[in-house]
Design a protein around this ligand. Structure first.
Ligand code: GLN
Length: 540
């Protein structure tokens, strides 16, 4: 099968939503029967975003095969319902690491190693690697950053060469750009787009399609003007209006016939017209909720919306499954104390404690869990959130003095969460956690078993610390049960308090696996419990 390649670049500003446009296009092509995957090339020098603070680029997403990736891969999976892998996210750091390793091995046979051709060749290899799997008819490659950035240059040059090497009919470039509205002039302005396209042209690339982000509809004249000054046909100028939800974008792109323009340009058959019935049904329910449920999301990166992207989206999916809208109230864990917990958390019908690293904000998370446990508020702890629920139980139910995770207190007399033996010798931070999919056996008769409806599940991980099994008996006899375990290592993956209406902590990250087509059962049942439980009474 010969593969067609679509590159997506961005102009004028960052944060225009290249990931959503790429995922939406992929969705439309998938709905026409094409096998599609999406890849993200990130121009930063970190080998992967695993070492980045969430304040930098938002959440770090994790694939089944244990890649720590850009959060756009989460959008790809949520839209397409197809798993991505290590090959789907490549950074400048990865490219250079490979090239330098080859140089050290002597693979370049004495040649001077240069950006062109060695770095550009490696970039092209990473793109064709996906095409050569034979799994995909179309590979969409999103190039991070903005055209004109110094660090994007090798990528743009690689695309230029790629088009020559693979043939005009097999490779196309979509440029996503902004048409700003100038309130003072009362006008949409096309000039930044013209400049951005000129920058791309000066680097040897004529885009085939322009997707124009705009707050107001573009007139026919404006589209024609853009087409004229950017060397495009009128139909290749696609309007992308701001949408209420990212899930509207495939429908908006279909109206603009983006998929048709792309297929015609790549000389591919149109195949069946996509009906997107399931997608439209999802949107219909999402926009007409029967009720609202209020969920407190306790974390320490709450100022930044993207820090908990997958959790937010999982809640959207779970809300739709329950025909309700989820009002997520972000609560900064640093602001929570035993004194204000009741007033801050009153009215929350469910509480999620988010994943995280380090000491900051930890005590506030524990306080929130105490409140949820004591007041019968549905609680869902994810990764660090689960670890905090264990610490809370140890301190307040088992009365284990100074109970903690050794991540926060190495000297804790009661290290109920401890580092895994095999992690102790590791000094490198990057890519060294327990990462990717692991099997978990779910205890029959438990709430989790009812939720999953299965005995064996597979979920993705990203952590170093674990429940300390030395304490397991004490926990179980006092009412906190380990209901999910890794069958090979015996590591605790799920804890529950059966006496509580809904109290579940998971060591893994279910949020990475929730998609529009397959909302994650843990989130679906957590929301169901939040709806069912009556308004919680305040502790005071
Ligand atoms: N910091 C904890 C650990 O490393 C939890 C990580 C997480 O929440 N992803 O085990």
């Amino acid at each position: 099968m010969s593969t067609k390649y679509i590159f997506v670049t961005g102009g004028v500003t960052s944060s225009l939503g290249k990931g959503i446009i790429s995922a939406s296009l992929a969705k439309l092509l998938q709905a026409r029967g094409y096998s599609v995957t999406i890849q993200k090339l990130d121009p930063y020098i970190n080998v992967d975003p695993g070492t980045l603070n969430p304040y930098e680029h938002g959440e770090c997403y994790v694939t089944d095969d244990g890649a720590e990736t850009d959060l756009d891969l989460g959008h790809y999976e949520r839209f397409l319902n197809v798993s991505t892998s290590q090959a789907n996210n490549v950074t400048t750091g990865k490219i250079y690491q490979t090239v330098i390793d080859k140089e050290r091995r002597g693979d370049y046979l004495g040649k001077t190693v240069q950006i062109i051709p060695h770095i550009t060749d490696e970039i092209k290899n990473r793109v064709t690697k996906l095409g050569n799997t034979g799994q995909y008819e179309i590979v969409i490659t999103e190039i991070g950053g903005t055209v004109g950035d110094i660090e994007s240059l090798p990528y743009i040059e690689a695309v230029r060469q790629f088009r020559y090497e693979h043939g005009y009919d097999n490779v196309m470039v979509i440029h996503l750009t902004l048409i700003p509205y100038l309130a003072a002039a009362g006008e949409l302005k096309t000039k930044p787009t013209q400049h951005s396209v000129k920058t791309l042209q000066s680097q040897g690339i004529q885009p085939d399609v322009l997707v124009c982000r705009t707050e107001y509809p573009l007139t026919v004249e404006q589209k024609k003007k853009i087409a004229l000054f950017c060397n495009l046909s009128d139909s290749s100028v696609i309007e992308s209006m701001d949408a209420d939800t990212i899930y509207d974008v495939p429908i908006l792109m279909k109206k603009e016939a983006l998929d048709k323009v792309v297929l015609e340009r790549l000389k591919l058959q149109l195949r069946d017209e996509p009906t997107l019935d399931n997608w439209k049904h999802f949107l219909e329910v999402f926009k007409n909720p029967k009720r609202t449920v209020r969920i407190g999301l306790i974390g320490k990166y709450v100022e930044l919306q993207d820090a908990y992207k997958s959790i937010q989206e999982s809640l959207v999916h779970a809300g739709v499954s329950n025909e309700c809208s989820v009002d997520v109230v972000s609560v900064h864990s640093e602001d929570l104390t035993d004194e204000n917990a009741a007033s801050e958390l009153t009215g929350m019908q469910g509480i999620i404690v988010a994943p995280g690293f380090g000491k900051r904000g930890l005590e506030g998370k524990i306080t929130a869990i105490k409140y949820a446990r004591e007041n019968g508020v549905p609680f869902f702890g994810i990764c660090l959130g689960m670890q905090c629920s264990v610490i809370e139980f140890a301190r307040n139910v088992l009365h284990l003095e100074g109970a903690n995770s050794t991540e926060m207190d190495e000297q804790s007399p009661n290290p109920v969460i401890d580092i895994m033996e095999e992690q102790k010798a590791i000094t490198n931070m990057g890519g060294t956690m327990r990462l990717g999919a692991y099997t978990c056996e779910v205890l029959e008769g438990s709430l989790s078993h009812r939720i999953y409806g299965r005995h064996e599940i597979s979920e993705r991980h990203r952590h170093r610390y674990e429940f300390n099994n030395q304490f397991l008996e004490q926990f179980e006899s006092a009412g906190m049960k380990a209901t999910g375990k890794n069958p090979e290592t015996g590591l605790v993956e799920i804890v529950e308090i059966p006496a509580h209406p809904f109290f579940v902590g998971v060591q893994f990250h279910p949020e990475y696996k929730s998609t529009v087509a397959n909302p994650h059962p843990m989130f679906v049942h957590f929301i169901k419990a939040a709806i069912t439980e009556k308004e919680p009474v305040s502790a005071t």
